[in-house]
Each structure stands twice: as C-alpha cells, then as structure tokens.
Design a protein around this ligand. Structure first.
Ligand SMILES: Nc1ncnc2c1ncn2[C@@H]1O[C@H](COP(=O)(O)OP(=O)(O)OP(=O)(O)O)[C@@H](O)[C@H]1O
Ligand SMILES: [Mg+2]
Length: 230
C-alpha cells in the first residue's frame, strides 16, 4: 500500500461529462488536492458534485479530459442503509477484508476498524439497532477496513441530527490528521457550518470546481446567499 501522498496521485484536468439525456454535468472541470486532509465542496443542486465523485471512483468515464487516481477511493453516501449489506457490524465489515484470513485475524482487523470509528465492542450488534450516526460510522469503518485512502463523502451528514453530525465530522477529521497514513477526504456538504472544520473548501458551479480557500472564508461569502434563498 502507498503511504505518502503526492499531488500527482490524483489528477483531474479539464474533464467533461454529458449524460445520454444531453444534460451537461461537468464542463472542463479540474481538481487537484493539496495533500491529506479534510477538503469540502459546496455547490447548488445539479452543479455536478455527485457526478464528479462517480468519475473519481471509476463508476463513470469522462468523455474528454484526463483523470488519474492512484489512491484507493471509497464512496460514502447520505444514507448508510444503501451501503451496509449484512445483519451485524462484524459480518458487514468482513466484506471489506481480504479473503483467506484466519478467524483470529478477521476479529483483530474488525476490532481495529470499529475502534477507529468509536464503535468498540459492537462487532455482534445487529445493524437495525444502530442509530443513523452509528451506521454512518460503520460505513466509514468499512472504508478503513478496505484500506481506502481517499474518502469520497457525498453529504454524509445530511440525514443526521446535530450530535451524530458532529461525531461523524470529528472522526473523519481525526482520520485525516492522524500521524500514520492520514486520509484524504473530499466531503460534499450543503451545511455551511461544516466548512469551518475543513482544511480547505471550494465551490462547484455549472460543472466546474473553483479554487481552494479557507472554509470559514467560503462560509462567510455564501451565508448571505443562503439567507436570501431562505
Ligand atoms: N443518471 C442521470 N441521468 C441523467 N442526468 C443526470 C443523472 N444524474 C445526474 N444527472 C444530471 O446531471 C447534473 C449534475 O447532477 P449531480 O447529481 O452531479 O449534481 P449534484 O451537484 O450532486 O446535485 P445535488 O446537490 O442535488 O446532489 C444535473 O443536471 C442532474 O440532473
Ligand atoms: Mg449530489
């Protein structure tokens, strides 16, 4: 597994993507990520954010431009029920682990991943007994167990209450700033207050990404617009 991130590991230059319906989702879009950290993207509905994530994760191919992604991505969505498949925390995490490990090795890796998202001791907990925030943290543990180093988080807190929102945000932030193998997280949000927790933030408009600026600065520039919209 690669350890140190270099800017050339993720390279997106002038990509364009038009859906078969003729809708232009991305238009000469470029993105470079400065390094490990929590990077946030805001943008109005339909500005192309989710389409960009599908391209980075390889689910879609751009029609023009160049993309290279040498780091293993994991996609996380608003609704964790869309990605948690098996009935208990431990069995679900096993799906992300290599085949042919011993039972003891599985237990160890599952316990490590659960501890990293503050779900220690919950391997046998049935999924349906978890709160929304705990499910979202379990989805995060799946990404960690699969050794992804690039988290693509598509409005991960949109369905969560304030407490769960804060806990998911704090855990992702911690993973992005840990000394050993810090992660890169690209986090899409419509919640402007989250921007203050980022290492940098950008606005997506009409299929294009803007420049990275300080999260607080972007929040302050967007808040008047949000208030006007009501
Ligand atoms: N499967 C699809 N087929 C056709 N058009 C699509 C499809 N998915 C998205 N689009 C269109 O592509 C454009 C960009 O959509 P996308 O989902 O990337 O926006 P978004 O920024 O994620 O919006 P939101 O904030 O609402 O999630 C929109 O005009 C959308 O209607
Ligand atoms: Mg979207």
């Amino acid at each position: 597994m690669k350890t140190a991130y270099s800017k050339t590991d993720l390279y997106i230059k002038n990509i364009s993507f038009t859906w078969p319906s003729g809708t232009i989702a991305l238009s000469s879009c470029s993105l470079s990520i400065p390094g490990p950290g929590l990077w946030m993207i805001v943008g109005s509905n339909g500005s192309g954010k989710s389409t960009l994530f599908k391209i980075i994760s390889g689910l879609l191919k751009p029609q023009s431009g160049s993309i290279k992604c040498e780091i293993k991505p994991a996609l996380m969505f608003q609704n964790p029920d869309h990605q948690i498949l098996l009935p208990s925390c431990g069995s679900d995490l096993m799906l992300n682990l290599p085949k042919h490990l011993s039972d003891q090795e599985y237990q160890e890796l599952i316990n490590i991943a659960l501890a990293e998202v503050e779900l220690t001791g919950m391997a046998s907990r049935p999924i349906h007994t978890l709160s929304g925030g705990q499910k979202q943290r379990l989805a995060l543990a799946g990404a960690l167990a699969s050794k992804s180093q690039l988290l693509l988080l598509d409005e991960p807190t949109a369905l969560l209450d304030l407490e769960s929102q804060n806990s998911v945000l704090a855990i992702v932030k911690k993973l992005c700033h840990r000394t050993k193998d810090p992660l890169i997280a690209l986090w899409i949000t419509h919640r402007l207050e989250e921007l203050d927790h980022s290492d940098g933030a950008t606005r997506m408009e009409n299929g294009k990404i803007g420049k990275w600026v300080a999260g607080k600065q972007l929040r302050e520039s967007l808040e008047p617009l949000a208030v006007r919209r009501g």
